[in-house]
Write a protein that binds this ligand. Structure first.
Ligand code: C5P
Length: 300
């Protein structure tokens, strides 16, 4: 039997340098405006042609992860969604995720895996879904997935379905995650109870990101979900202050939290700050360029 073909796709985490919640919509979602930056912390997703659809996840050290509800796993949903859009072709694929991105951390790890699956399946079976179809499948999987399909910095609007690529020079960040998850639905619920929309324009942040000017960018870091989440989780403000004390130019909670991203002046500063805070890691945004995923074995 011919060797089964597979493709390995890197799935970078994201941070939200700016996140404004514009308001709650009739469908229960919230309209947003967010500057989303991919970072050099990533899962590795291997997609292999197979007889059945399956998803397995592993810690970076190789230990298998428990998937309490595989059907709600975003990589699994992405596989099913892609195959569903090509339903008449009788294909199936198995997906293995090596998980380095903390889960329910505001870093878009599940969405990154889902986007990687969509990209990988499109590579595996060339002539896959069109760009427009891929974007609409992504939107059906989760609000953050469309923003993560392109691999670059974007401004995200609507509930996440409107994505505009933006130019971004490299900036350096320190990520501090927490040992507790925050469910996205809860963060938005708390915003409904007591949140507000900041009166900040994205233009200044966009200009600073385009120029790679961390000093300027640090003035515009903002997240409307941070107040409501930090009032329930006092650790968040403590970590913001630790980052600033250690020399970060600014610090902001990413997404629905609880991860806090501190902005550093440069790579050396990021490493130095990360070395002062237990569990912190230094990352670049965006990650260094990657080889496009290659299918192995190559068609003969
Ligand atoms: O789209 P996703 O499944 O990732 O969203 C999870 C939950 O987060 C939604 O059910 C909704 O409660 C909330 N959410 C929201 N507005 C967004 C994105 C997510 O209210 N733009």
């Amino acid at each position: 039997m011919a060797e089964r073909r597979s493709v390995v796709v890197r799935a970078p985490a994201k941070i939200n340098a700016v996140l404004r919640v514009i308001g709650r919509r009739d469908d229960g979602y919230h309209d947003l405006e967010s500057l989303v930056l991919p970072v050099s912390l990533s899962d590795t997703v291997t997609i292999r042609e197979d007889d059945h659809v399956s998803v397995a996840m592993f810690h970076v050290d190789g230990r298998p992860m428990l998937l309490p509800d595989p059907a709600s796993n975003l990589a699994y949903i992405a596989t099913r969604s892609w195959l569903g859009a090509r339903a008449n072709e009788g294909r199936a694929a198995s997906v293995v995720v090596e998980k380095d991105i903390p889960m329910a951390a505001g870093l878009g790890g599940g969405s990154a895996d889902a986007a990687a699956v969509l990209i990988g399946l499109n590579r595996l079976w060339s002539g896959g879904l069109s760009k427009a179809k891929l974007a609409s499948v992504a939107e059906g999987i989760g609000s953050d997935v469309p923003a993560m399909l392109g691999g670059g910095a974007v401004v995200m609007r609507g509930r996440g379905e409107t994505v505009e690529p933006v130019e971004a020079a490299t900036t350096w960040w320190v990520l501090v995650s927490h040992p507790f998850p925050v469910r996205t639905v809860d963060a938005y619920g708390w915003w409904d109870d007591e949140g507000a929309t900041a009166n900040v324009a994205l233009d200044d942040a966009l200009d600073a990101v385009r120029r790679g000017d961390p000093h300027e960018l640090s003035k515009w870091l903002w997240n409307d979900l941070q107040g409501p989440v930090a009032r329930r989780h006092a650790q968040i403000q403590v970590v913001v202050e630790r980052l600033l004390d250690a020399g970060a130019l600014g610090a902001v909670m990413s997404g629905s939290g609880p991860t806090v991203a501190g902005l550093a002046a440069d790579e050396q500063e990021a490493e130095r700050i990360a070395g002062r805070i237990p569990g912190a890691i230094a990352v670049s945004a965006p990650p260094p360029p990657d080889e496009p995923p290659a299918v192995t074995p190559r068609p003969g």
